[in-house]
Ligand binder design. Sequence first.
Ligand code: NAD
Ligand code: ZN
Length: 370
Amino acid sequence: MAEVLTVNMNRKPVYDIQITDSFDELSEKIKSIGLEGRKTFVITDDTVEPLYADPLKQELAKVCSEVTVYAFKAGEKSKNLDTVRDILRAMVEAHINRSDFVTALGGGVVGDVAGFCASIFMRGIPVVQVPTTLLAQVDSSVGGKTGVDFDDFKNMVGAFKMPALVYINTSTLNSLPGRLFYAGMGEVLKYGLIMDASFYEWLIDHMYEIHDKDKAVLNEMVLTCCSCKQKIVERDPFETGDRALLNFGHTIGHAIEKYKGFELLHGECVALGCVAAAFISWKKDKLSMDEFYEIRDMFVPFNLPISVDDLDPEKILELTRSDKKNTTDEGVRFILLKKVGKAYIDKNVSDDEILAAIEEINFTEEDRKA
Ligand SMILES: NC(=O)c1ccc[n+]([C@@H]2O[C@H](COP(=O)([O-])OP(=O)(O)OC[C@H]3O[C@@H](n4cnc5c(N)ncnc54)[C@H](O)[C@@H]3O)[C@@H](O)[C@H]2O)c1
Ligand SMILES: [Zn+2]
């Protein structure tokens, strides 16, 4: 049941995204991209290693001359230059050279760190992305953004490193804790909202199969998300224009993530940010009131929050305004909706509109009494 998408740049194929439900086709795929006979350095984390390193290693050993596995401590705290240095050292010790390649096995943290190591080791060696979280499968493994956090700044140091291949085994989602799975659904719903109304309807129609992690449904869902991301990345690989649409829900979402000290997961904050952005779209008469409430309420069956306790609206506004990613010389770049399936960039969102949107998702002492 494998499906393949090819990502093109300047009309030339650059890499394939293979979506399937086992590791069984990986060795053939490695062969087909000309990496047969090389050594590979598998980078993973200490949660994913005991789950999937062995089956992956067995599959890679069919076509690679040597497979070395390196695991670092799981979690965002490891996404830094110290981890990068430790990995580069281990790569030198394993005699990895320019003709070899990195395999990234794990979630977005592993993909970003491993992709970055591959981009700088000996001025760059290929990387094969094997994402194992829903967020990584539908978002971070595709598009070539890699990097690490630096001091207090997320993703501050990094490089664009297009993968040689993205190989998605959706059966790895079976071991993913529920909360992480649903956090990934925040990004999935986002694709529907910004660019594909019929996919959004499909998600609603297949809600129960998604909860049950039905194989065929998960594969189709991941395929559609990858194809959405592929389209945007092909149009704007280095985020000079349309790629910003992917930041729908991220402007206020990132501010909440920071304000709450990362106690909420990224996808949960994205859901809250999507509700806030849809609210602003309603207030700007782009969406009707009914459309706003429908969008808001659709996060609930996917176990995502639509309100959060005790936000300080002024602080969230300040964090929104200081997020470099959303800010241009002209002010904050907001991604809003014209309708379900159609997003646009709006540079004229006022502080009052942002504050009203934050109040909409804020669950305060008064709400508790009511
Ligand atoms: N490069 C990009 O374009 C891009 C886009 C979005 C997000 N990101 C980055 O992705 C990161 C978040 O990714 P994430 O949510 O995947 O986090 P993560 O990589 O930390 O994974 C979350 C947790 O799940 C565990 N895990 C991974 N796969 C598992 C599985 N199959 N079964 C059980 N446990 C598993 C991990 O060990 C980890 O503890 C952030 O650092 C973010 O900046 C990058
Ligand atoms: Zn995101």
